[in-house]
Design a binder for this molecule. Structure first.
Ligand code: D41
Length: 675
């Protein structure tokens, strides 16, 4: 690069960084992730070092941070709030350690280490132990007066307690938000139709910089103190460790993850330990801060351009990165839930290469407005599944992005995709047929309360599926033809194969209720399966029942009725059921106590019952009608053939009259049954 192009690049970088500073510090809405920002800033410092003639006091390298918002009062810090240098890898950490040893002419450095919280630095000023005012870090010299907001944070005490309280002291620390509080806040924001925060840091920043402190009071903010600024009073400390101890004694919260460190090797290993535990902490951290523990040594080291030479932030790989969405596809979970997934241009996030990120569900895609070809932030936080945080709208090319459409057919098995009105998720209705769900389906089918196949556990099912012995539950009943192959299977002896085949054989004799339950229809548990068996008696009637009929059964609401109906509507499911119950194949059977009489005058007729019947209970009447092949539904419509009324009939009686439907008194009904 020559001098001219360096000048152009320097100007360009300064312009970009200024813009990002404004987005980050003033608007609390960063446009690029931190590592991207760090790269720009580093490139600029390097160029300024190579071409000192272009160094300027207005450069963002000289002035990290932003002007305070005009709407807050300004407060000057008594002692400036310094910034922190970074080490991005072990080599840079070694170089830092070496600089200190050289400068102090010592062999080994004692550090005080603490987690680096990803929040906002603040300065809290106490006079005679009373909280007087508090300010954001601002540009390091002057911050914004956020006293009233700081006072709403529960862990920050308005009075210092204990002995040796100085006449005046500046306490420095970091305001942040825990993951749990962040999630709660975003849920609350959604309920109130307010904007979502992209991450806990933005949420903390947005909450702290409210002009109305009543809003801040409702935001769950936390605080850890990490040091002191100016003070006046007889304080007795010689190390940073003692400073933290002192702060703790006065009642200030201090990070529990702080420790004295003996030398570089221990520092590196502490950084690694914290890095491994990072995902399990309740809040975001982006590194470990190492500070020379001895205050005298700190004084000798001093600082360069607003950063102390005695401290460094040894950073972790960032948890947020940006990349491009190559496509949006759907995945089918073990329970049939359809989850949209963003396929990404691969990117390293938190030290792991990420190529996919979950988009959770369709509502989420619409809310974030994520489209194919968009640039997005990817985040790996508390858990390990990376997610799309937000779209970088600045980078959207309207001509290239494609709006996502939920497919209507399962990508794995082709069955219909269904959604229930009260749920955000879409589901594959393929149940027992869909191979994405079949393991789960087979495990359920074989379980004790279903077909009760002894010895067919989760592990074995998985193995049988992997080796191609079974794909659906129907295949279990052909296993006997593969006895010899099964014996060859790892860990399966002759005896255990025969035991398994015998258990499968024994499962064929069952009850209708168990069989229905075993099919694993969504939300059809044991009790519902029993109600269905009791009501319909004959399996065939369940298979053809419409949702009205199903809803007429106690405890079956519209959602479950729809699940049952949709299940039997799927051709694939019907094929499997046929195989299971056909005598030539599965041979599953049960005693059908009540058979439908061949045909009667009432076959196919629809009845509604209303009022109290004297000769028999409502259920008994229903049963009798069903035995004769009639249907009994709950509500009167133009499809109703007869309405039977007992004592004090309800509105169904009036409706039937209006629609001109044949009304039967109990006496007339009995006569009809007897013909
Ligand atoms: O947890 C932190 N974010 C943190 C920030 C920390 N644990 N210690 C810090 N120490 C300093 C010095 C060494 C300059 C007193 C800091 C910061 N500074 C800091 N935070 C924001 C800018 C600088």
């Amino acid at each position: 690069m020559n001098r001219d192009s360096a000048k152009i690049r320097i100007d360009d970088l300064r312009h970009q960084i200024d813009k990002h500073n404004h987005s980050y510090y003033v608007l609390d809405e960063p446009v690029i992730p931190d590592p991207e920002y760090d790269r720009l800033l580093r490139e600029l410092s390097e160029l300024e070092e190579l071409y000192p003639e272009f160094v300027s006091d207005n450069s963002p390298t000289k002035n990290v941070g932003a002007e305070p918002l005009s709407s807050f009062e300004k407060i000057e810090h008594i002692v400036p709030m310094l910034s922190l240098g970074n080490a991005l890898d072990e080599d840079e950490m070694r170089a830092f350690d070496k600089r200190i040893k050289d400068k102090l002419s010592i062999e080994n450095v004692i550090y005080s280490a603490e987690t680096k919280l990803d929040g906002l630095a603040v300065n809290i000023f106490y006079e005679n132990g009373i909280l007087k005012h508090a300010a954001t870090r601002g540009d390091g010299q002057t911050g914004e007066d956020i006293t009233r907001n700081i006072k709403t944070i529960k862990s920050i005490k308005p009075l210092l307690k204990g002995k040796n309280i100085p006449e005046r002291i500046e306490v420095r620390g970091e305001v942040f938000m825990t993951h749990a509080d962040f999630r709660k806040l975003n849920q609350q924001q959604e309920k109130n139709n307010q904007k979502q925060f992209a991450n806990p840091r933005n949420a903390a920043a947005g909450s702290l910089r409210q002009l109305d402190s009543r809003i801040t009071a409702n935001r769950p903010l936390s605080f850890f103190a990490y040091g002191i600024g100016d003070y006046e009073g007889a304080l007795d400390f010689h190390s940073h460790t003692q400073v933290l101890e002192m702060l703790k004694e006065w009642g200030m919260p201090v990070s529990p993850e702080s420790r004295k460190i003996n030398g570089l090797d221990e520092a590196i290993s502490f950084h690694r330990q914290i890095s491994e535990r990072r995902m399990t902490l309740a809040y975001d951290i982006d590194g470990v801060v190492f500070k020379v523990d001895d205050i005298e040594q700190q004084k000798i080291l001093g600082f360069v351009s607003r950063a102390p030479r005695w401290a460094i932030a040894y950073k972790f790989p960032a948890l947020e990165e940006m990349t491009q969405v190559l496509d949006i596809e759907v995945q089918v979970g073990r329970t049939g839930a359809i989850t949209p997934v963003a396929r990404l241009a691969s990117v390293k996030v938190g030290g792991v290469t990420v190529m996919n990120a979950t988009l959770h569900n369709l509502d989420e895609i619409r809310r974030k407005d994520v489209r194919k070809n968009d640039w997005v932030y990817i985040r790996r936080a508390g858990d390990v599944i990376p997610e799309v945080v937000s779209v970088i709208m600045d980078k959207r090319d309207e001509n290239k992005v494609v709006v996502f459409q939920m497919p209507t057919q399962c990508p794995v098995c082709g069955s219909d995709i269904e959604k229930q009105d009260n749920e955000a998720v879409y589901r594959c209705s393929g149940g027992i047929y869909c191979s994405a769900q079949s393991i789960q389906a087979i495990i359920h089918f074989a379980s004790r309360k279903a077909m009760n196949i002894d010895g067919l556990g989760d592990k074995l099912i998985e193995q049988l599926k992997q080796e191609g012995f079974i794909t659906t539950i129907a295949d279990l009943y052909s296993l006997k033809e593969k006895r010899e192959d099964l014996i060859k299977l790892a860990r399966m002896g002759e005896k255990s194969v025969d035991n398994l085949l015998a258990a499968i054989e024994a499962s064929k004799e069952t009850t209708l209720a168990r069989f229905i339950y075993a099919l694993g229809i969504r939300e059809v548990g044991e009790a519902t399966a029993r109600s269905l068996a009791q009501h319909f008696r004959v399996f065939q009637n369940i298979r053809v029942a419409n949702t009205d009929e199903l809803e007429s059964i106690q405890d079956i609401g519209p959602v479950v009725a729809k699940n049952i109906h949709t299940f039997f509507q799927q051709e694939h499911n019907e094929e499997i059921i046929e195989r299971l119950i056909s005598p030539e194949h599965g041979g599953i059977h049960w005693e059908e106590t009540l058979q439908v009489e061949q045909s009667s005058e009432l076959t196919g007729k629809t009845f509604v019952l209303t009022g109290t019947l004297i000769s028999f209970g409502r259920d008994e009447a229903k049963e009798k009608l069903q035995m004769l092949g009639a249907k009994v539904t709950n509500s009167v419509s133009k499809n109703t053939d007869y309405v039977v009324y007992g004592d004090s009939p309800g509105s169904k009686f009036d409706k039937a009259k209006k629609l001109g439907i044949t009304l039967l008194s109990e006496k007339a009904f009995l006569e009809l049954l007897n013909t």
